[in-house]
Design a binder for this molecule. Sequence first.
Ligand code: GLU
Ligand code: ZN
Length: 491
Amino acid sequence: MANANVRVRFCPSPTGNPHVGLVRTALFNWAFARHHGGTLVFRIEDTDAARDSEESYQQLLDAMRWLGLDWDEGPEVGGPHAPYRQSQRMDLYKDVAKKLLEAGHAYYCYCTTEELDERRDAARAAGRPSGYDGTCRELGDEQKAEYERQGREPIVRFRMPDEPITFTDLVRGEMTFTPENVPDYGIVRANGAPLYTLVNPVDDALMEITHVLRGEDLLSSTPRQIALYRALAEIGVGNGTTPDFGHLPYVMGEGNKKLSKRDPQSSLNLYRERGFLREGLLNYLSLLGWSLSADQDLFTMDEMVAAFDVKDVNANPARFDLKKCEAINADHIRRLDPKAFIDACTPWLRAPHANWAEEKFDQAAWEAIAPHAQTRLTVLSDITANVDFLFLDEPVEDEASWAKAMKEGSDALLRTARAKLAEADWNADALKAAVVAAGEEHGLKLGKAQAPVRVAVTGRTVGLPLFESLEILGRERTLARVDATLAKLGA
Ligand code: GLU
Ligand code: ZN
C-alpha cells in the first residue's frame, strides 16, 4: 500500500570509494521510498574531518547519479531540512547536546582513558559487563570542580534508561536489549565535537525519518538511538516519533567472510569500469537479501519498485556471487534495444579503451557486428577486444592463441581455405561452406578447420561468430590477413 508519508534516508560518510554494500543500502531505501511514493533524503555524515574527504563526497554523488538512484532532499537538490551535510549543521548539534544536559538526559564524564581502561579490564576479569560503569552519572558539584581544577576536559555522555529496550525490527522481528548490554555512551568529544552517535539520530528526528533501513552492522547501536529519540521527544527536538528500523543482512564475500570495503570485489568503480549496466548491477544487488519471486531473478528497477517491501527482506547473510552478478548483467545487455546497446558500447570504442587509431573506426562495420556481440557480452568493456580486428590494420598478436591454433598442417589447411574463400560469394553462409569444404579436404571438422582461419584474421582463438565477422571485414582484408599468416608460417 502506498504511503506518501514514508521518509527514508541514505546517509553515508564520505570516506573511501563507494562500495557495493553501500549501494545495496541506498537501493533498498530508494526502492522503499519509490514504492510508497514517499521521500528519499540523501544526507552526508561528514562529521569526522580526519576521515572524510571532498573527493569521496563527489564520488558518492556521482555514483548515485550514475545508478539513477535519485533523491528528493539532499545535496544539490536542497529541501526543507537543508543543509544536508552534517559538517554544516554543527551549531545545531551543540545546541541539542546542551538541551540534553540541561534535561538530565546527558552528563559530563571526566573519566580519563586510562581510568576507563583500568575499570573495564577489572570488570572483565570479574566477569561483569565491561561497558561504561556510570561513575560520573551523579557527580557532585565539588567533585566536578575538583576535576576541572585538575584540568580534565569532560566528554558528554548520554544516560541510558535503566530498563530494557524492545523494538520490532522490520526484518528481524522483536529484539530486546537489556541495560547491562547498552551502557551510557559518549555523544560529544572533550573538544566539543559532536559524535556520530548524537548527530545521526538527531538528524533522523529533525528530518522526520519514518524508516531506518541500514546494514546489520549497526544493529547494536539501535537501542542507544531509540533511547536518544525518546529523550529528544521529551525536549522537543523533532516531531516526537521514533522511526521503525530494518537491518539489512550482511553481505558475505570470498571464504564466507563479510565483504569488506577494501575487498577489490566491492568497489563500485570497478563495476563501472568493466562496463556493467546500472540496471544489471542494481538487479543483482537487490538479490542480496531480497527477491522478486522464487522463480524470477531478472527484473527491471520499475518491477523492483512495484514489488519492494522491506518485510520481505531476508535476515540471513547474503552471499556476493560475482559469476551470478555477471550473468545477470549479461541478461540485461541482451535485453537492451539494439540501438541502446550500440550507444552503451560507445565509450569502449574510443580512447583510452580502443587500441586503434580513431580514424580507423567504421560506424557501419560496428553496427553490422553489434547484434552478434550483444548476445555474447558479459560486460560492455569486453566489446573492445571483440571488434578490434575490424579497426586495426593488422590483428593483435596473441601468442597463446597462435600456439593453440597453428599446428602442423595449418599452413596446408589455410592455403586450401584461402583458395575456397577467394572464390566464395562474400556472405556468412558461403564463407562457412568454404571453410567446411577446406576442412574436409584435410580430414578436419569445422571446429578444427576454422581455428587457424580465426587466428589469422582476428588474432585470437575466441571471438564473435567467425563467418559473420569475415563477411563484415570484407574479402580483401580477410584474404590479405590469411596471406600474411601464410607468409609468417612459411618463414
Ligand atoms: N553514516 C553512517 C554509516 O555510513 C550511517 C549509519 C546509518 O545508516 O544510520 O555507517
Ligand atoms: Zn566518567
